[in-house]
Ligand binder design. Structure first.
Ligand code: ADP
Ligand code: MG
Length: 242
């Protein structure tokens, strides 16, 4: 009998409480597609889902697995297994300079520090960003710091990429560049975003609503359902106010 490979990312009856908020009350979701979008209102649980998937938080009940392995702290057991780009780059960036920050993902998998810095510089060269190498991260704008986080993901090339609202602070040219970059990444990517147009060519979109899966399927159908729901809620509110 052939055994089916475990899903890339699985939530099985996962329960998560953050502070006093019950975020997930038995979330079950199996994700295997190469490009997956995650949508939903602020507070729906998108960032919490990513925190479980990259092993920063553990579910209090049920399980979360990446390729069949428990997700909690997975990168300490399998370095560079899951790469996460946070909504706020300041939650992510550790080092004072751009080259040191980019080198981190390489040293984590055993590249000696000097080689890692060299690779980071060469990579910045290929992107026309050689001036950024020894720049202080603090001297960059929010959008530029977000771009540094994306470059760190590209350079370290994790097996599963999680991007939490990656377009949020980006100007239009940077959004277009990120969209193009993403298309070239061979690894599976899960992206949360409110900019639904970036998801039109994805394989699957999941709409989270108050910690539950409200719709799940092809991007056009799921995004249309979410847009319609938002329109209806705005209409209801307008009717109540007037
Ligand atoms: N650090 C925290 N402590 C307590 N509650 C939190 C924390 N972060 C998020 N929450 C709550 O968890 C729920 C889900 O939040 P989050 O996952 O950040 O949603 P989203 O990313 O979809 O906006 C919200 O009700 C939010 O208020
Ligand atoms: Mg969020």
């Amino acid at each position: 009998m052939t055994q089916r490979a475990p899903a890339l990312l699985s939530f099985t009856n996962a329960g998560l409480t953050r502070g006093t908020t019950l975020v997930f009350d038995g979330l079950t979701l199996h994700l295997n597609e190469r490009r997956i979008g995650l949508i939903g209102d602020n507070g729906a649980g998108k960032s919490s889902l990513f925190r479980l998937a990259c092993g920063l938080d553990a579910p209090q009940t049920g399980s979360v697995t990446v390729q069949g392995e428990e997700a909690f702290r997975i990168n300490t057991r399998k370095p560079n297994c899951v790469g996460m780009m946070f909504q706020n780059p300041d939650d992510q960036i550790i080092f004072p300079t751009v080259e040191e920050e980019l080198a981190l993902g390489l040293t984590a998998t055993g590249t000696p520090r000097r080689d890692a810095i060299g690779q980071a510089r060469s990579f910045l060269d290929t992107r026309g960003l050689q001036d950024w190498a020894d720049r202080s991260v603090n001297s960059l704008s929010q959008g530029q710091r977000q771009h540094v986080c994306w470059l760190a993901i590209l350079l370290s090339s994790p097996s599963l990429v999680l991007l939490d609202e990656p377009f949020a602070s980006l100007d239009l040219p940077s959004q277009a560049l990120l969209h193009e970059d993403m298309a070239r990444v061979p690894q599976p990517i899960i992206v949360s975003t409110h900019l639904l147009e970036h998801l039109h060519d994805f394989d699957r979109v999941v709409w989270l609503d108050k910690g539950r899966v409200r719709a799940d399927g092809r991007p056009a159908a799921v995004c249309a359902a979410y847009r319609a729901d938002v329109r209806q809620r705005i209409a209801d509110r307008t009717a109540t106010v007037s």
